[in-house]
Each structure stands twice: as C-alpha cells, then as structure tokens.
Design a protein. Structure first.
Length: 100
C-alpha cells in the first residue's frame, strides 16, 4: 500500500531511520512558570487573615492565662505553707504550756 503524499513518505522513512531516544523532560523554565502561576492563583480572601488573627490572639490569651494560673497557684501554695507553719508554731506552744 503506497502513500499518495511523497512528503509523508519521506517523513515516515526518516522516522524509521532515527534510532536515538531522547529523554522526555520538561522544557527549561517550565517548573518555574508552574510555581509562579500557582502562587499568583493563591490569593487570600478576606476570611483567611481574619482566621489567622483570631488563632494568634487565642494562642496569646491561652499563654497569658496559663502563666497567670501557675503564678496564682504558686502564691496560694506559699500562703498555705505559711499558715501551716503558724499552726505548727501555735500547736507546739500550746503543747509546751500543757506539758509544764
């Protein structure tokens, strides 16, 4: 079966004679263009910055309240220890008075 077009025949003969396999790779700068397009499409809407600010503010409130609670617990512990010491001193004074 012969082809009618001599240009196609010549192209097919040339393709049949070519034995070199070229690696299929991306053209130069293709990945850079894809990343640039991806970044330009990713525009934040009005809700994203608001959510970020709320999350940051919540984290700050949690940290501050944790520090305040730890400080308050430490102060109440010191206060409880001082009352325990005062009761121990009074108890030993009472025992000394009754033992005499």
């Amino acid at each position: 079966m012969k082809s009618v077009d001599p240009k196609i025949d010549r192209l097919l003969r040339s393709a049949a004679q070519a034995h070199e396999d070229f690696p299929a790779g991306m053209p130069f700068g293709f990945d850079t263009r894809i990343v640039a397009l991806w970044r330009s499409m990713k525009k934040p809407n009005g809700l994203t910055p608001l959510l970020r600010r709320i999350a940051l503010l919540s984290a700050v409130v949690i940290v501050v309240s944790t520090i305040a609670a730890a400080r308050e617990a430490g102060q109440s512990r010191k206060l409880g220890e001082s009352f325990a010491n005062e009761y121990a001193i009074a108890d030993s004074a009472i025992q000394d008075e009754f033992s005499q």
